[in-house]
Design a protein around this ligand. Structure first.
Ligand SMILES: *[C@@H]1O[C@H](CO)[C@@H](O)[C@H](O)[C@H]1NC(C)=O
Ligand SMILES: *[C@@H]1O[C@H](CO)[C@@H](O)[C@H](O)[C@H]1NC(C)=O
Ligand SMILES: *[C@@H]1O[C@H](CO)[C@@H](O)[C@H](O)[C@H]1NC(C)=O
Length: 159
């Protein structure tokens, strides 16, 4: 496998600041080979008993266009049985060990993605899927009680 992934940008967009907000959201380049993403989100009211997550992949052709994957799961059900949705499991495995989200509902704390590295993304994305070179974006829509609360977008280039 010769392909190589690089993060190029991330965006975190709160959609309901009554519900919660981002404490931080950044892509840090320590040096050429060590780059990571850190995101912290806090809830204004706990516990969180309802989560729906939509993950959509985009590829840039003439602007970013939906590409191959668009999956939505009930987060609480998914966390109980991760085999129930292999595509979501694939996305989830990428961030799993860098976050505090891998437990069953309810949530009594904010969400942290701490130092998600390019290597981790590379390892995962080159594992099974024959992706072609190009610019990609993964958009995650975070919902609770079916209402959109936050959006995170991860931009990267596969070369
Ligand atoms: C990049 O930074 C990491 C973490 O500080 C370090 O382990 C690694 O050796 C550095 N790589 C280069 C090429 O400087
Ligand atoms: C993903 O699917 C949902 C439900 O069908 C749709 O509302 C949404 O617009 C789709 N997202 C993209 C990026 O195509
Ligand atoms: C996430 O939790 C499930 C269920 O407890 C466990 O099987 C899995 O190994 C965990 N993954 C990680 C990366 O901790």
């Amino acid at each position: 496998i010769t392909s190589k992934f690089e993060f190029t940008n991330i965006k975190c967009i709160p959609k309901d600041e009554q519900f919660g907000n981002f404490e931080c959201c950044y892509l840090k380049s320590v040096n050429r080979t060590y780059k990571y993403v850190t995101i912290k989100y806090y809830f204004n009211k706990l516990p969180i008993t309802s989560i729906q997550v939509n993950v959509a992949l985009f590829k840039r052709f003439n602007g970013y266009k939906p590409f191959l994957y668009n999956v939505t799961v009930d987060g609480c059900k998914f966390l109980k049985n991760q085999k129930s949705n292999p595509i979501m499991k694939f996305f989830f495995e990428t961030i799993d060990s860098f976050s505090n989200i891998n437990h069953s509902c309810p949530y009594n704390h904010g969400i942290i993605f701490d130092k998600l590295t390019i290597e981790a993304v590379n390892r995962q994305f080159t594992k099974i899927l024959p992706f072609s070179e190009g610019d990609y974006m993964v958009e995650i829509n975070w919902m609770s009680f079916e209402k959109l609360r936050a959006v995170t977008m991860f931009y990267g280039t596969l070369s």
